[in-house]
Design a protein around this ligand. Structure first.
Ligand code: PXL
Length: 275
């Protein structure tokens, strides 16, 4: 059984980060190991959330795992609790890379042109270091523009603009950049990727649904990381995780009892089970 380590926060309520990563990765047939970066009462889109930064706990956990000699097939990072955690993540990357782990970074720090509460441009620079050290990065348009220091353009660009952004993202250091939230037409939304090793672009578009929920980026990244870990190709991983998100959104839209803070990722899980 493949083993994946995911490094991100535990937002107790909010259907994001670890509360989606863990069930998705387990459903995909992987052994999911977690390194929680912070514990929050809710994700940061709520008012007055509590926040316990776990930076101080991470070195001890890492040291213990090193002494035990654990290895991982994949290390997948998401929301980090502090800029100081970046150096710890970089040493985790360096250590597990040696035993062959694939390093996937979702620089979860903003959306809709804005950084999440608590982050600033200094944090963006630190997150760009994580993206430089990873093999595969999964920014959305906001995170990509912030890390590259370019204007955030929600739409109104063409394919050559996105290809340039993707090449510049790989220029940060990663082999492959997967950019989410790409749109060339009002009725569709999708993903474009660039693999610098093979010099190939990849794209997958689906219908654009008239809703937006927090945590969909985490559901996408978890499904994508899970698919790659179990041996699926880049194209297959992009297709499965995009289709999964569309299903999550459709199920959520059809639910009269839907929550405002996250998608019904649970009821779409059957589609990610191992075939
Ligand atoms: O879904 C991204 C995310 C992860 N973790 C926390 C967040 C958010 C988005 O707001 O606040 C704590």
């Amino acid at each position: 059984m493949k083993r994946i380590l995911t490094v991100q926060d535990l937002s107790c309520l909010g259907r994001c980060s670890l509360t989606v990563a863990l069930p998705i990765l387990s459903a995909m047939g992987l052994e999911a190991v977690v390194l929680p970066t912070a514990v929050l009462s809710t994700h940061t889109q709520f008012q007055n959330f509590t926040f316990r930064d776990l930076t101080g706990d991470l070195p001890g956990i890492f040291e213990h795992w090193k002494r035990e000699g654990f290895t991982f097939d994949t290390v997948y990072t998401g929301y980090l609790g502090s800029a100081d955690q970046v150096d710890i993540v970089l040493s985790l990357f360096e250590h597990y890379k040696k035993s062959g782990a694939v390093l996937i970074a979702d620089p979860a720090m903003g959306d809709g042109g804005k950084l999440y509460t608590g982050f600033d441009l200094a944090f963006v620079k630190k997150m760009a270091q994580v993206c430089a050290a990873a093999d595969i990065i999964l920014p959305n348009m906001t995170e990509a523009s912030m890390m590259l220091g370019i204007d955030y353009r929600p739409d109104g660009y063409d394919e050559s603009y996105i290809k340039d952004v993707l090449k510049r993202l790989c220029g940060l250091g990663a082999r492959t950049a997967v950019l989410t939230g790409v749109t060339f037409h009002a009725d569709e939304l999708g993903v474009m990727a660039y693999d610098s090793q093979s010099d190939t672009f990849h794209a997958y578009f689906h219908e654009r649904l008239p809703v937006s929920y927090h945590g969909t980026g985490d559901c996408f990244a978890s499904c994508f990381a899970g698919a790659l870990s179990r041996g699926q190709s880049l194209d297959e991983a992009i297709r499965l995780s995009s289709d999964y998100i569309v299903s999550c959104l459709k199920i959520t839209m059809a639910d009269p009892d839907r929550r405002t803070y996250g998608v019904n990722f649970e009821q779409a899980l059957p589609m990610v089970l191992p075939q």
